[in-house]
Ligand binder design. Structure first.
Ligand SMILES: [Zn+2]
Length: 161
């Protein structure tokens, strides 16, 4: 785990960032998105930063509860900070990090909203899933620009385990 970061340096456009994720983790996120429809789901991606944080290798998706007020959950999510910290410290004890956050967009494109942009942190990956009629459609990963002005798309590589 984490020892082979050099393998990817030449494969990616320099400066671009990459999210490495397994098919199993993708399925787990998609199931979560279906289960909470028509409300947004949210969760944390636990894994390792590689290649000066440009690459994130996801080991696991952790479901979080959407604690935003109920009537607004169709287009808003919020993760309980206590739950976040618990996952973060559990990850650290295994030499892992929270490398990203995922959430769903019921009946909306897989693109961060203004609300998402205003609340995001640089360096984490933001995976957004479009869901319609309980079916997950497009899944995309995004990275906040350093100046926090907007999200830019991030390459995703979905690997068989
Ligand atoms: Zn959103």
């Amino acid at each position: 785990m984490g020892a082979n970061s050099a393998r990817f340096v030449t494969a990616i456009n320099p400066g671009g960032s990459l999210l490495l994720i397994t098919e199993d983790t993708m399925s787990e996120m998609r199931s979560h998105a279906s289960a909470t429809y028509p409300e947004e789901c949210c969760g944390l991606l636990v894994g390792v930063f590689e290649d000066n944080q440009r690459t994130k290798r996801v080991e696991e998706a952790m479901r979080m509860e959407n604690v935003f007020q109920k009537e607004e959950r169709y287009h808003r999510y919020s993760i309980d900070p206590k739950e976040f910290l618990a996952v973060e410290s559990a990850a650290e004890s295994k030499a892992l990090d929270v490398v990203g956050i995922y959430h769903s967009h019921p009946n909306a494109p897989a693109k961060p909203s203004q609300f998402d942009t205003a609340r995001a942190w640089p360096s984490l990956s933001y995976v957004v899933m479009e869901v319609r009629d309980s079916k997950p459609l497009e899944t995309r990963s995004w990275i906040l620009k350093e100046d926090r002005s907007e999200f830019v798309p991030e390459d995703m590589s979905v690997e068989k385990k």
